[in-house]
Design a binder for this molecule. Structure first.
Ligand code: ATP
Length: 192
């Protein structure tokens, strides 16, 4: 099977994440997209992040209506912080029959050289890069660019930061997050 791996903090998951996953799923004919929340994202160490189980529960709610989407909590069993290379190694050991595509936003890909063991990542998967407003790939070597899939998908200007800021300010996040996620945020008084 062709599997898209979409790692992230998802604090909270937003409609942008779902749009990205669906465009890439369709363009690359992926059988499934596995959303992999990070308990402790390496680039966000020291920052206040919502509890892992709460973020994962919101993800479950967000993907429930798409049969090709699932949440995979594999990183909760791995040493922290959760490096992508370790996650991919565990996945390829556990399910060696799959072909993996790593779904990454343009901002994360722009910093790819600083990731742990980028060479091994490129051996384990093909990066599928979704463009993000304000980011380009000038620092990325031609060898890495050759291995990645990048299509002219429409830019999406939604971020989890925007969602948290809007909730904190008492503004609506309707349509910016799926309805069950909006309800979850409100009933659990998140981001206040
Ligand atoms: P925050 O605003 O808290 O930094 P975020 O919106 O970037 O969060 P993450 O969960 O950190 O969300 O991102 C997970 C992955 O999704 C990353 O690869 C990120 O680049 C990508 N991503 C998130 N939003 C977008 C977007 N609007 N366009 C392109 N990529 C995105």
């Amino acid at each position: 099977m062709k599997i898209g791996i979409f790692g992230g903090t998802f604090d909270p998951v937003h409609t942008g994440h779902l749009i990205i996953a669906e465009f890439i799923r369709e363009a690359l004919s992926l059988n499934q997209v596995w959303f992999v929340p990070a308990p402790e994202p390496p680039h966000k160490t020291g920052l206040a992040i919502t509890d892992f189980n709460i973020r994962a529960e919101m993800l479950e709610l967000a993907v429930q209506s798409n049969p090709a989407f699932t949440v995979n909590r594999i990183e909760s069993d791995l040493p922290q912080p959760s490096f992508t290379v370790h996650t991919l190694k565990r996945l390829t050991d556990t399910y060696p029959q799959n072909l993996y595509f790593l779904i990454i936003g343009g901002d994360s890909f722009a910093a790819f050289r600083q990731w742990k063991d980028p060479e091994s990542i490129l051996e384990l998967c093909t990066p599928a890069v979704y463009p993000r407003p304000g980011f380009d790939y000038t620092g990325i070597s031609p060898e890495v660019l050759k291995k990645a899939v990048m299509l002219p998908w429409p830019l999406v200007e939604i971020s989890s930061t925007m969602i948290r800021e809007r909730v904190r300010a008492g503004l609506s996040v309707r349509y910016l997050v799926p309805e069950p996620v909006e309800n979850y945020i409100l009933t659990h008084h998140l981001y206040r």
